[in-house]
Write a protein that binds this ligand. Structure first.
Ligand SMILES: Cc1cc2nc3c(=O)[nH]c(=O)nc-3n(C[C@H](O)[C@H](O)[C@H](O)COP(=O)(O)O)c2cc1C
Length: 394
């Protein structure tokens, strides 16, 4: 970081530091909505901790002065293997949050995945021109609505569709209960008291707060009141979703189709056999099934099951560029970050998200350099030190 960098950038020297800054800026219920996980938050913590068990074995005598972090994913060149994953209500963290984050991703040369539960609509995001852009959907009781979202995304020029499979029932997020925060955002007494101390956020959001809604669910001619829309949305999800629905979506969506929320190797194998183009190994950041394993821990078995037939992506708890290198060494093609983009938004909007991506880029580049690796393609299994769970030294 240069001496001329603005003060916030100097304070935001790591993703962990950005989280602390976001906690200072955001009302407690909003911060906890993003930061928290389900029940005892075992899986949430496991995601981050699991990286500590993966050790990197450097070969500095390979000597590299330049590093190339770029990858090609579904035919598109990305400048680094870090994408922005879907997070509902990003517009609660900064006005027009989704478009700010998508523009930052695009300018940084990477992809942005819009959440089903975004404040702005599929079409509004597309209007900002950010690319590549992906769209995330669920399976609804009314299968026609899943089809409608997919068709809208195709029409608006989205490059890939992500079907999230681990959220057909909403996880039990106890911080939200404690804070009186719910979807729609409602703040209990303690929450309101906490908000009063967050003048900067309140001032910034003063025009937005009344307009926050789940944009994609608003029907023409119907009130966009978030309470109504959110009630309808929660009731729409269908826990009886099955492989037949995946097959149906496969018929509707012609471009790259990914499943997000895969942890079991049998499901990974089945998905590939049914023509899915990519997998996102994920436990939803510990927000759904508390007790699920860390995504990095199951990665090797998924990679083995898929056997190179489709790209394997990953999310959950990556807070360092070095963690991305570890995931790639264990066979992933790319990583999606979720909470860190919200910290970026909370701190400085579009510039904050751009800064967050730059941190991953710099850290990854430094770790690759220290390991004697010049290109992403050269990151292999032999970079991981022998470990009973994660790999073996050649
Ligand atoms: C506030 C918030 C909202 C999220 N909304 C969605 C969503 O709408 N769809 C989805 O598939 N995943 C959603 N996720 C899960 C993330 O995409 C991701 O799987 C998870 O947060 C793990 O990444 P992280 O550890 O980098 O946050 C959300 C996560 C957070 C924190």
């Amino acid at each position: 970081m240069t001496a001329q960098a603005p003060e916030w950038k100097r304070q935001a020297y790591s993703i962990a530091a950005m989280r602390v800054m976001a906690r200072t800026t955001l009302p407690r219920p909003v911060f906890d909505f993003a930061d928290g996980g389900a029940e005892d938050e075992l899986t949430l913590r496991r995601n981050e901790k699991a990286f500590a068990a993966v050790e990197l074995l450097p070969r500095p005598l390979n000597g590299t002065s330049e590093r190339d972090l770029s990858i090609t994913l579904f035919g598109k060149r990305l400048s680094l293997p870090v994408l922005i994953g879907p997070t509902g209500l990003a517009g609660l963290f900064w006005p027009d949050g989704e478009r700010c984050a998508a523009r930052a991703a695009s300018a940084s040369g990477t992809a942005y995945c819009l959440s089903h539960g975004s404040v702005c609509t599929i079409e509004q995001l597309a209007e900002c021109g950010a690319a590549p852009r992906w769209m995330q959907v669920f399976i609804y009781k009314d299968r026609g609505f899943t089809r409608e979202l997919a068709e809208r995304a195709a029409k608006a020029g989205y490059d890939a569709l992500v079907l999230t499979v681990d959220n057909q029932l909403t996880g039990n997020r106890e911080r939200d209960i404690r804070n009186g925060f719910s979807i729609p955002p409602q703040f209990g007494l303690a929450g309101l008291a906490g908000m009063a101390l967050k003048a900067e956020w309140l001032w910034r959001m003063r025009r937005e707060i009344g307009r926050i809604t789940f944009g994609n669910y608003v029907r023409p001619g119907e009130a966009s009141n978030i309470k109504m829309v959110a009630g309808r949305m929660a009731a729409m999800l269908d826990p009886s979703m099955s492989w037949a629905d995946v097959d149906e979506l496969r018929k509707i969506w012609r471009g790259p189709l990914l499943l997000k929320g895969i942890l079991h190797r049998a499901e990974a194998k089945n998905a590939v056999e049914r023509g899915i183009d990519g997998l996102i190994v994920s436990n939803h950041g510990g927000r759904q099934l508390d007790g699920a394993p860390a995504s990095i821990a199951v990665l090797p078995s998924i990679v083995e099951a898929v056997a190179g037939r489709v790209p394997v992506l990953l999310d959950g708890g990556v807070r360092r560029g070095g963690d991305v290198v570890k995931a790639l060494a264990l066979g992933a093609q790319a990583w999606l970050v979720a909470r860190p983009q919200l910290w970026g938004l909370a701190i400085a909007g579009e510039a904050g998200v751009a800064h967050m991506l730059e941190l991953y880029r710099q850290e990854m580049s430094r770790v690759m350099g220290l390991c004697g690796i010049a290109r992403v393609a050269d990151i292999g299994k032999d970079l991981v030190f022998s470990h009973p769970k994660y790999g073996r030294q050649p």
